[in-house]
Design a binder for this molecule. Sequence first.
Ligand SMILES: Cc1ncc(COP(=O)(O)O)c(C=O)c1O
Length: 366
Amino acid sequence: MNYFDHNATTPIAPEVLAVLNQVQAEVYGNPSSIHAAGQRARRVVEAARGQVAALLGCEAKEVVFTSGGTEADNLAVLGAPGGHVITSAVEHPAVLSAVEQRGNATVLAVDSGGLVSVEALRAALRADTALVSVMHANNETGVVQPIAELAAAAHEAGALFHSDGVQAAGKIGTDVRALGVDLYSIAGHKFNAPKGVGALYVRDGVKLKARQFGGRHERERRAGTENVPGIAALGAAAVLPAAQTGALRDLLEQFVLERIGGTRVHGVAALRTPNTSNISFAGVSAESLLIALDLAGFAVATGAACSSGATRPSHVLTAMGIAAEESRSSIRFSLGRGNTREQVDGLLAALERAVARLRKLSPAHA
Ligand SMILES: Cc1ncc(COP(=O)(O)O)c(C=O)c1O
């Protein structure tokens, strides 16, 4: 399989899988138990907490392990103090739905490049604004928001700042002190760790209400026996060098634009994660193209994995002012560790063939 859907999820890296298997097989104690088996598990969890803290540039005690990105986002948005909340129109549903649950929200528009403006945030901030949540990198386009500036504006108004860093971790810098955020979500399966494990950075001093009740785990911020193997694997993935995908992504875009007419890359005006490319192919249904590529052995996506199958156009592309028809002809290519030049060449050839065939079938391009 030629896999170009790393923003949906990534394969586990071999060195991470080795840690996962070893801990799964050997470290069976409960980290809360006092005996040696329990303390061994505790050491594994705390070592991983240190590794995740290194990825985020924070202290180990500021890391709360969760079951993934959705839980981290929900915990940040719903666990932060009550009051008015501001978010953006291009957030992942894990943030948008949690904001909806809170109510009393302002949703900021983005410009045609997919960016939230600092001025728009300043204008929306109110005396009762308790939280601002703007994602670091977008899952559909890779567009990177000016987090440091947005967080500074939120702080000037006395609000906390959360960023969904699920698509940033392992791709671009995620130093939470440099970003100036108070809360920051990551998910292991987006950077070569297993599914079902993630973390929320909670700046020391931020009062966060737990959303899950029971034992006193994770400094009373998230009850439940820790997923010890998953956490160990998350730690191992956190210290892998960042995946180098920028050159191949740029090549893919350059060749598509050169060789296939009626194509447009979305979000190019902004800084983007180096692995993501969202391209529309005029006159072609993205679903049909996805299926044709799948049959040829290439995995790509139409927008976000969780919304594929839905007939609605992408809320992210719509927010960028892209018409429904163009949105429905857009494919997301997301590269990762292991993609090769040969695979990109193969993808380009398959794309050229499939687009030509689909356009022949479509009356608008007959
Ligand atoms: C930006 C973003 N936030 C949150 C999530 C949810 O993460 P998880 O799948 O670990 O619950 C995703 C996953 O698609 C994502 O891309």
